[in-house]
Design a protein around this ligand. Structure first.
Ligand SMILES: Cc1ncc(COP(=O)(O)O)c(C=O)c1O
Length: 416
């Protein structure tokens, strides 16, 4: 921490410097200027890119946005979100897999906003928020920004399945110390591993939480981060686990985070929603009240044009079909890249986390910083994490994805 003269309050003293992922991206771009873009593998970007490095977009979504009248851009949205957007967000999240229960939605700036409100409104000051050991870095930032801490459990067991014992043990420990527990679970198509819990694994998670909820003093909020669901498989199949959120005890609240960033290629529009499922109507009403209040208190209202676009898509089956057809081209590009990486990883015996779908593949290794540096000598730019390296298949052409596993094996061997 800097010893320079400081003006910020003690709780806001933060380390200076560039975000590490953006720094790696900058280094990759510099390398591309020197060596040529086709020689550089930039696997640091967390967005789906075309083979030429341009951001992939769903054209019909952008057309809808462009076609909106000026007042749609200029006007405020209601604090809780446009009512037709909130209905559309529920449809986009559940499709044909709507669980039983009271379901309410509040607009937030992307999934990030939903994480923020959940952490703030469903845990107490100083509480620990639970997430697996492989997790999206901003979970920690958001927890710390709000005076909470992150606790982790081991995501994978020795068979590369969800480590239910580790999960249960950590839940148990935390519930001995605190009455409110927020659990952040990013599935399907987890960032950074690409893992998706099976329905049996979800059942095991819920069955254990139900046991814990037998103690009425304990209040458990299960936050399901589905940021990548539109790249996680067949529409209803990859949502079938959502039915399991119906009929839970009233002291288990499920909140699903909806984001327009990836599934609708509207990253910059900052539009999403938090959607609750509860067996108790009061809990649903309270959810609306608390999170609407937080909207007002933190960012006021959300991005109206993006809300209108989603509403239009879900009010018109032809439009929805068009969006889905265009998205399927992107899905195919992504799955071909991932398949190329995985196939070659198998050939060269590169150990990777159990990838099912999504933007990232993660390679566990013991010295991620050093291995990442070593890979940069081959002009491969990936992101070191606590226990491995995140490779963004979403931003790397298929041909390069196929060549990279062998380089990983060599770089890792140097530091084993
Ligand atoms: C796991 C995960 N959750 C949530 C988000 C939130 O994205 P947004 O706030 O843009 O919806 C991201 C974005 O990268 C993510 O990777």
């Amino acid at each position: 921490m800097s010893t320079k003269f400081s003006m910020v309050a003690a709780h806001s003293r933060r380390p200076a410097g560039e975000d590490s992922i953006f720094a790696i991206n900058n280094a990759a771009q510099q390398a591309a200027k020197v060596h040529g873009a086709d020689k550089v593998v930039n696997a640091s970007v967390g967005a789906l890119l075309e083979d030429d490095g341009k951001l992939s977009i769903i054209p019909s979504v952008i057309e809808l946005l462009r076609g909106l009248p000026a007042v749609e851009y200029a006007a405020y949205a209601p604090i809780a979100g446009l009512p037709n957007f909130l209905e559309a967000a529920k449809k986009a999240v559940f499709r044909d897999q709507t669980p039983e229960g009271y379901i309410e939605a509040i607009a937030t700036p992307g999934g990030s906003g939903a994480i923020r409100h959940t952490v703030w409104n469903y845990s107490n000051a100083g509480d620990h928020i639970l997430t697996p050991d492989w997790y999206w870095g901003p979970y920690k930032t958001i927890a710390e920004e709000h005076g909470r801490f992150i606790s982790t459990y081991t995501l994978f067991d020795e068979n590369d399945h969800f480590h239910i014992e580790a999960f249960c043990k950590t839940v148990e420990e935390l519930l001995q110390k605190q009455d409110q527990l927020v659990i952040l679970l990013n599935s399907p198509a987890n960032n950074p591993t690409g893992y998706s819990l099976s329905n049996e694994e979800w059942e095991a998670v819920l069955s254990f939480l139900k046991q814990k909820a037998a103690n009425a003093e304990k209040k458990i909020t299960l936050f399901v981060d589905i940021a990548y669901i539109d790249f996680a498989g067949k529409t209803n199949e990859c949502r079938s686990f959502m039915k399991l959120f119906g009929g839970l005890p009233e002291n288990i609240l499920t909140i699903v985070a909806f984001s327009m960033s990836k599934g609708y290629t509207l990253y910059g529009m900052r539009c999403g929603a938090m959607i609750c499922i509860t067996s108790n109507q009061d809990v649903a009403e309270e959810f609306k009240a608390a999170n609407q209040f937080s909207n007002r208190g933190v960012w006021s209202n959300g991005t109206r044009p993006a809300m209108t676009v989603l509403a239009q898509i879900f009010e018109n089956p032809d439009l929805l079909k068009k969006v889905e057809t265009e998205r399927s081209i992107l899905q195919q590009m992504l799955s071909q890249r991932a398949a190329a990486f995985m196939e070659n990883a198998r050939k060269v015996n590169l150990k990777v986390c159990p990838y099912k779908a999504g933007f990232f593949i993660t390679i566990p290794c013991s010295n991620p910083e050093a291995v990442t540096q070593e890979l940069q000598k081959d002009l491969i730019f990936a992101v070191p994490m606590g226990k491995g390296i995140r490779f963004a298949v979403c931003s790397v052409p298929e041909k390069q994805c196929a060549l990279v596993p062998e380089k990983f094996v060599k770089a890792i061997a140097k530091f084993e």
